[in-house]
Design a protein around this ligand. Structure first.
Ligand code: CP
Length: 345
């Protein structure tokens, strides 16, 4: 038997972002990432730095990973089920050479079953690890964690109508890899009032010039006023729609999300918000179809072979973006300084 060849992992070169113009530098100076809690905290320069790093991570993964973060530990503290977010964060930390502590049902398998408050859990876990990724069932659950955590906290989805900022980051990265972000028209479809991915993406898209969003939903599940107020304040164009047919042919991106049947008084109307191979025939030839997944009936498998379908690539991009995000939080020069994570747009 020939001896297997062992290819040693290459050390990751220290990341050196291009020198930003002075104005951007000032913006970024106030925007060092301490925690990732909500989409509003990202500026365009910060997003571009994240995306530049994410592209680098595509190469790092292609060569098997790096050992550069081998002394770092990430805790994945999940109170709700997850396939993509938890496993891609864990894969990201492993690809960076780091180690992972994980609980996938923290409500049942942590001391919170005995009444321990999340604040106490976070203080304890923060003394065991260098970064905490949390999915929490309550609105502002991640913010509560960040307020007491001695280490960076990443919101992996919180509340029933809260936010899921890292999903929105990978959504935006997927679009960015295909086309310029300025001037986009985007249809965001589904149960928008409670859709934390849709809510986080709307905040991110609002950062770019000449973007127009169409929120397509049954009227009772439309995007909530807090997002609409934010868009109004920032002069971002949007329309509320209840009919896919009126927008499907004119948008650059279709962002499809689930509608839970129990949220509809009459589920016979659900089909009006679904996408199948017939619906996509009416889309622009170069439009993109995104979905955060998991999917049910709203995105038919007949769309999967369409070259415009981006959702599996989107899930893969989640690995690169989450690797990049972890490095931005773990690199000493980024996480030092205890800078605010509040909105600065
Ligand atoms: N998109 C998303 O958040 O998927 P999971 O629930 O599987 O993490």
């Amino acid at each position: 038997m020939p001896k297997p060849t062992v290819v040693p992992l290459q050390p990751l070169q220290p990341f050196k972002p291009a020198q930003p113009p002075a104005s951007e530098s000032a913006q970024r100076g106030g925007m060092r990432l301490k925690h990732v809690v909500e989409s509003q905290q990202f500026t365009v320069p910060l997003l571009m730095e994240l995306f530049e790093r994410s592209r680098g991570m595509e190469h790092v993964v292609a060569r098997g990973g790096t050992l550069d973060y081998q002394n770092r530990i990430m805790t994945a503290l999940f109170y709700e089920p997850s396939t993509r977010t938890r496993l891609s964060f864990e894969a990201a930390m492993h690809r960076l050479g780091g180690r992972v502590l994980s609980t996938e049902n923290a409500g049942a398998f942590s001391s919170e079953i005995d009444g321990e408050q999340v604040e106490d859990s976070i203080r304890i876990i923060g003394s065991y690890s260098d970064v905490i990724v949390i999915r929490h069932p309550e609105d502002h659950g991640a913010r509560r964690a960040a307020e007491v955590s001695p280490v960076p906290v990443i919101n992996a989805g919180d509340g029933n109508g809260g936010q899921h900022p890292t999903q929105a980051l990978l959504d935006l990265y997927t679009i960015y890899r295909q086309r310029p972000l300025n001037g986009l028209s985007v249809a965001i479809i589904g149960e928008l009032d409670k859709g934390r991915t849709a809510r986080s993406l709307a905040y991110l898209l609002a950062k770019f010039e000449r973007v127009k969003m169409f929120f397509v939903s049954p009227p009772q599940l439309q995007m909530k006023q807090d997002i609409l107020d934010y868009l109004d304040q920032h002069g971002v164009r949007y329309e509320l729609e209840s009919d896919i047919d009126r927008v499907i042919g004119e948008v650059d991106v279709v962002y499809q999300t689930r509608i839970r049947p129990e949220r509809m008084r009459d589920t016979s109307g659900l089909g009006r918000y679904a996408i199948d191979s017939k619906v996509v025939q009416r889309m622009k030839a170069d439009a993109l179809i995104l979905h955060p997944l998991p999917r049910t009936v709203e995105l038919d498998k007949s769309v999967d072979a369409d070259p415009r379908a981006m959702y599996f690539r989107q899930a893969m991009n989640g690995l690169y973006v989450r690797m990049a995000l972890l490095t931005m939080l773990l690199d000493k020069e980024q996480s030092a300084g205890n800078a605010s994570w509040l909105e600065t747009r």
